[in-house]
Design a protein around this ligand. Sequence first.
Ligand code: UDP
Length: 402
Amino acid sequence: MRIALISEHASPLAPPGTQDAGGQNTHVRELATALAATGHDVRVYTRRDAARQPSTVAMGDGVSVVHVPVGPARVLAKDALLPYMGDFGRWLGAQWDTDPWVPDVVHAHFWMSGLAALTAAGSRRIPVVQTFHALGTVKRRHQGAADTSPPQRIGFERHIGRHVDRVVAQCRDEARELTRLGVPRSRLALVPSGVDLDRFTPDGPAVTLSPAHHHIVSVGRLVERKGFAELIRALPFVPRAACHILGGPGDAEAARLRHIAEECGVADRVHLEGQVPADAMPAWYRAADVVAAVPWYEPFGLTPLEAMACGRPVVATAVGGLLDTVVDNVTGELVPARDPHALGHALRRLLDDPMRRLGYASAALDRARTRYSWQRTAAQLSALYSTVSGLALGARAEAVAG
Ligand code: UDP
């Protein structure tokens, strides 16, 4: 099949771990690669955000990345991109009217890509699949007035959910949110993300860390909702542990975290490692005695899965996708969000109990390998694309007959 992935702000070529580049970038890159490996012809459309970017980049066998020339040729916050989505959709439509490469299916990532996809594909009867990656309703609930999303976001998400051919939920919690939003159950499919099981493995080099401490590793973009502040506030309950926080960009949030660490008297045990290149990530997970993934909310959450694939126990907050990936008391432990006391207690108990850590680690590895390969995700999505393009063909035949 010819598959168009649209990811308006999250380029698969951008390094993850900064303000607006994280799991979606990784997801789109890995999905495109896994789909191409099974013989599909994949194009990823993302906004051109630098002046000298080539219009098309070959990302690997069977995958190219097309830079869509809309809006200024510089990086913009994703919350500022809505005004360009009409042009994005029209550009795609014009492209597919003139280029012999016309997709059999369009898979949009994030709500704004969904708008562009519907504009381009709707009148051309190309089926559209949508993955939201994050939902405005959930963000608003947790961030309130601090939510900088355009005010139209939730309305547009509802519109997209009701007009695309299928919506992919990445976890059970997201499926519930989507039905609450008004997405018909018949249009919902549950397909989790995968993890790169060739790169994230228990064997291989590990970062060398001081033997004087236990080491807690936590990974994510340095934004408040990732819960790093709560992790630091938990450290006084875990006296012999150091924590390493990996992620950028670093400025204001890093200063806030350093201040909290001073206040809690744990500054000497908190290490802000900054943005770490994706290639260096497995060595960091392998160095951890335990990985903490403690966001306030999380649409899916790749980092706990990466840790599990490296054979590491995970302490996670009981939210979103982490409720599916981390099995409480089997592969790790789930704690309430935004509760440093509960988090500290769980970390201390686990760090004091090497046998329990070993048991969790092997169950975590097993779970990641059996349930979360990209091959499995790509196979499930391929089947979904075939279904929706079959449906679209049926609709076209009816239109012709009619
Ligand atoms: N990541 C990275 N370098 C960093 C921080 C994060 O490569 O310094 C990667 C991490 O390994 C994971 C992704 O960024 O693949 C974060 O995805 P997740 O789903 O956990 O969070 P999101 O960024 O989507 O909120």
